[in-house]
Design a protein around this ligand. Structure first.
Ligand code: CP3
Length: 333
């Protein structure tokens, strides 16, 4: 059994596996090299050999306990026919949303468009570096995908106007859920052993809408993943009530962001926990990295815990600091 499966299935508290969100990315010179000759990010995500290489780069270099497939949560709106571009220093820009166009997409067409993603998973899976390591597949949570589809870029403030149409939202969430389920199933069939659900914009939802926009749709995906005998990790960024979230949705693991007090979490949450450390800490110095890393490890000493950050690795991180972080986690007693 892999270290992460031991934490999830056996509640093992003695091992603290480590992987990092965005562990493959711009902070790695070997990634930047491939990226330079692939200016179109979406096209890069559809190049099987390159995706295989990029996914394995951090495993090769640091021996993380898991690989996460190099792709993006926005490949789902893309496969549903919405244009997708990434503008430097701005982030994603999606094309006009057309309900009619989306209703014409079939599961077959959707799966065909994402076939290179599934083939890349197969390629990674067959590599000997994956022995005793998990391969993490992922999706955006229905709400976060809805936000991108309607808002067309990362929201800078509270969303108002476009979210007034309750019928559109409810219909669209159902459709998104259907396709996210297909994407989860295809990733698992290709070799993903864990599914992480990223709800980056969960924090924008008012308490009264949590049930409709976050709890019900996400719970369906978690239950569906469970029915395929694969564990799920939920990362609902910036929410207020983690206890209620885990009680309602019942994921296998809850991933916390860096605004969350880990002491409160360990008191209240019974399931395995992942993450927390502020990625900005990795921009400081070794003494501080050691201190802040040990803070998390001390708090979760007697709790099943997967070490990770509270958000993705920042592009200006020094790879030597990642190496130092892993050493600190592995040597912790
Ligand atoms: O974690 C991993 O390494 C796996 C691959 C992965 C990427 N994006 C690659 C990526 C994963 C799991 C994601 C998830 C993702 N994508 C989320 C959820 C997590 C979060 O960050 O809140 C969101 C909201 C997106 C949408 C997205 N993709 C944004 C907002 C951006 C631009 C911001 C940025 O960091 O550049 C991306 C681009 C993106 N996705 C990059 C990578 C490596 C950078 C692209 C580049 O090389 O320029």
């Amino acid at each position: 059994m892999t270290p992460i499966q031991k934490v999830i299935k056996q509640n093992n508290k003695d091992i603290k596996p480590i992987w990092l969100m965005r562990q493959a990315g711009r902070y790695l010179p070997e990634f930047r090299k491939i990226r330079k000759s692939n200016p179109n990010f979406v096209e890069l995500c559809l190049k099987e050999k390159e995706v295989q290489k990029i996914t394995l780069q951090p495993i090769n270099r640091f021996k993380f306990d898991a690989a996460i497939i190099f792709s993006d949560i926005l490949m789902v709106p893309f496969a549903l026919g919405q244009d997708l571009n990434f503008k430097k220093n701005f982030g994603p820009i999606l094309g006009d949303f057309s309900n009619n166009k989306i209703k014409k997409i079939s599961p077959k067409v959707f799966s065909r468009r994402l076939k290179p993603v599934y083939n890349s998973i197969r390629l990674v899976k067959n590599n000997k570096l994956l022995k005793n390591r998990d391969l993490i597949g992922f999706v955006g949570a229905p709400w976060t995908i809805l936000v991108y589809m309607l808002n067309r870029n990362s929201p800078k403030k509270k969303l108002k106007k476009i979210f007034k149409d309750k019928v559109l939202i409810s219909d669209l969430l159902k459709l998104i859920n259907k396709y996210l389920s297909i994407h989860i199933k295809n990733q698992i069939k290709s070799g993903a052993t864990v599914i992480q659900i990223f709800d980056s914009w969960a924090g924008l939802v008012n308490d009264k809408d949590l049930e409709d926009l976050i709890y019900n749709p996400t719970k369906k995906l978690v239950n569906y993943t469970k029915s395929l005998k694969v564990p799920s990790i939920c990362f609902p960024r910036n929410i207020n009530n983690y206890q209620e979230y885990t009680d309602v949705i019942k994921p296998n693991v809850i991933s916390i962001d860096y605004n969350v007090n880990p002491i409160e979490i360990v008191k209240k949450i019974k399931i395995p926990v992942q993450g927390g450390l502020n990625p900005k800490i990795l921009l400081t110095n070794k003494a501080n990295i050691k201190k802040k890393t040990k803070h998390y490890l001390d708090i979760f000493r007697n709790h099943p815990y997967i070490f990770n950050l509270g958000h993705g690795v920042l592009p200006n991180t020094d790879p030597n600091m990642i190496k130092y972080l892993i050493k600190t986690v592995k040597n912790f007693k």
